[in-house]
Each structure stands twice: as C-alpha cells, then as structure tokens.
Write a protein that binds this ligand. Structure first.
Ligand code: ZN
Length: 63
C-alpha cells in the first residue's frame, strides 16, 4: 500500500455550510484544489476567498 503517503482531509461543514461532504487528498495543495472545485461546483462560489482558504488550511487535519 501507500503507507508513506499522508492523507489530508477536510469537512465541508467547517466552511460554515451544512454540507456533509468530506474532501480527501494526498497533499494540502491537492486538497485545497479539491475544496475549491467543490465550492465552485456545489456551492456556486466564484472563487475561494483568501480568508476562507486560510481557514481551510487551519482546519485541515492530517491523517
Ligand atoms: Zn460542500
């Protein structure tokens, strides 16, 4: 398996939505990109605001 790969996850609810979606990726950069895609497609955001991106970085949990 890929035991040397650290997975990071983020729950969309931590953005203040009532969404139950959890985003999982192999790196912070990939996770942020996935969160952004999700926010744009599912929540109709035009872009991820910088302060929200920061909030996400803080909320990201490794494991
Ligand atoms: Zn969501």
């Amino acid at each position: 398996m890929y035991s040397n790969l650290k997975m990071v996850s983020f729950r969309c609810a931590e953005m203040g939505t009532d969404c139950t979606y959890t985003i999982i990726a192999r790196s912070k950069v990939e996770l942020l990109r996935n969160v952004r895609n999700h926010a744009l497609r599912i929540h109709g955001m035009e872009d991820l605001p910088a302060d929200l991106a920061k909030k996400i970085e803080v909320a990201i949990k490794a494991g």
